[in-house]
Write a protein that binds this ligand. Structure first.
Ligand SMILES: [Zn+2]
Length: 430
């Protein structure tokens, strides 16, 4: 069956019209606009595919077409977005998933069950914990410890907001049981790249190698506050200069380790700097600086962290200050499944006529959680301009069209593969 992106793009436009204002998309999780988008999703599935949606313990929405063989394929992404977000982040994968179900349904019963999932609260935009729904399904979320104390800016507690949407936080662990019962053999996600790499390569879409691991830390440099006029340069203990040197060293750490090939790209970012006492006539006595290191290879990431630690000590010594590290977050790299990546590459080649580029993802996705428990792959659609989390986020129509069609073919190839695997003679999994 020919893969057609027209209905997907029309649906995306319909959803954008329904859930955006002049500042952008407003489908923030656990808000009425998100609820409206999810109601639209459920209604579309009922009308056009003839399936209902069920909700697991974490508020993820599932729609399913039962297959003839054992096991299942899951496709999905997230309808929620950041405030004033774009029209494609997350919903592209969910809306393409509706087309997956329409295509599968039109062919009769699939060889294995096909599930479409809309993960709840991928962005964590209102309460700060991203990937909540997929992490709950993967069994990596401790909701009592990680979620129960969270409040939004107006003081509303997350458990109250969830309860208002019919999802009691006490039941979140059930999402993992629900997932395990689906006997999932593969997870596929279509998402926009959200960065400038494919645009620079002039490629419409790519196979994703995996999501990068993250080392996020907060450093405190402590020196001595002094009068900017009275303190001679060689007698200062300037905490900010140490932090500034550290930031430049982190840049060098990433630049030195980034190869030309997209797969060896690594990044380092110092996004927060706080200086004390923070006035123009004071030598800063204290400086707090964050560092966020990302790499696809765990060894490379560990090497970057060690190099950054050495650089912080050297900078502290040079400026006669002390430095202390506080870890904020560690996420292991999540390489994707080679077999499924092969199907994604095949789909892209069939649509574009060219070998599919393979790039890592710097941002985390629901697929990062899935990759920890089931074979997983992603297709990225070019972002142009290469930005996201803004209403300016976009994918040129020809690239959007190709990415959707390539993803649909990747699903076809995966289903065919799982169908063979599901035959009684073979117990092998992909
Ligand atoms: Zn997203």
């Amino acid at each position: 069956m020919k893969a057609d992106a027209g209905r997907v793009i029309a649906d995306l436009e319909e959803l954008a019209a329904l859930s955006s204002d002049e500042r952008g998309a407003q489908r923030v999780a656990w808000t009425p606009t998100w609820q409206k988008a999810r109601a639209w999703f459920a209604e579309k599935l009922a009308r056009e595919v003839g399936v209902g949606v069920t909700r697991d313990g974490a508020g993820n929405l599932w729609a399913s077409l039962p297959g003839t063989g054992a096991g299942s394929l899951v496709v999905g992404s997230h309808l929620d977005c950041v405030p004033c977000g774009g029209w494609l982040d997350g919903c592209l994968g969910v809306v393409a998933g509706i087309e997956v179900l329409r295509r599968v349904k039109a062919r009769g019963a699939p060889p294995v069950t096909v599930h479409l999932v809309d993960w709840a609260d991928e962005e964590g935009a209102r309460f700060g914990r991203s990937l909540a729904g997929s992490a709950a399904a993967a069994g990596t979320l401790d909701s009592a410890r990680e979620l129960s104390h969270l409040k939004d800016r107006s003081g509303v507690a997350l458990p109250d907001a969830m309860r208002e949407h019919g999802v009691p936080i006490e039941g979140m662990a059930d999402a993992a049981t629900y997932f395990r019962a689906r006997d999932v053999r593969a997870y596929l996600e279509l998402h926009i790249e959200q960065g400038p790499v494919l645009e620079a390569m002039k490629k419409p879409c790519a196979v994703v190698l995996g999501t990068m691991g993250v080392e996020r830390h907060l450093l405190s440099f402590t020196g001595q506050t002094a009068h900017s006029g009275a303190a001679p340069m060689h007698l200062r203990h300037d905490a900010f200069l140490a932090a500034a040197e550290f930031a430049l060293a982190c840049r060098a750490v990433a630049v030195e380790r980034s190869g030309k090939a997209p797969r060896s790209r690594v990044v380092a970012t110092c996004g927060v700097v706080k200086v004390e006492p923070n006035f123009v006539t004071a030598v800063p006595g204290a400086a707090e600086i964050s560092v966020d290191l990302r790499a696809l290879d765990a060894k490379v990431l560990a090497g970057m962290l060690a190099a950054a630690q050495r650089a912080s000590k050297a900078a502290a010594k040079r400026h006669k200050v002390s430095v202390a590290w506080r870890p904020l977050m560690h996420i292991a790299p999540r390489p994707f499944d080679q077999t499924l990546m092969g199907f994604a590459a095949r789909g892209i080649k069939e649509i574009t006529g060219a070998t599919a580029p393979q790039i890592p993802s710097g941002p985390l996705h629901d697929a990062s959680e899935m990759a920890g428990i089931v074979p997983t792959a992603m297709v990225f659609a070019q972002s142009s301009p290469g930005i996201s989390h803004t209403r300016l986020e976009d994918t040129p129509r020809p690239a959007l069209d190709k990415s959707i069609r390539a993803f649909l073919l990747a699903v076809d190839h995966t289903l065919e593969h799982l169908g063979h695997e599901a035959l009684p003679s073979s117990g092998r999994r992909c």
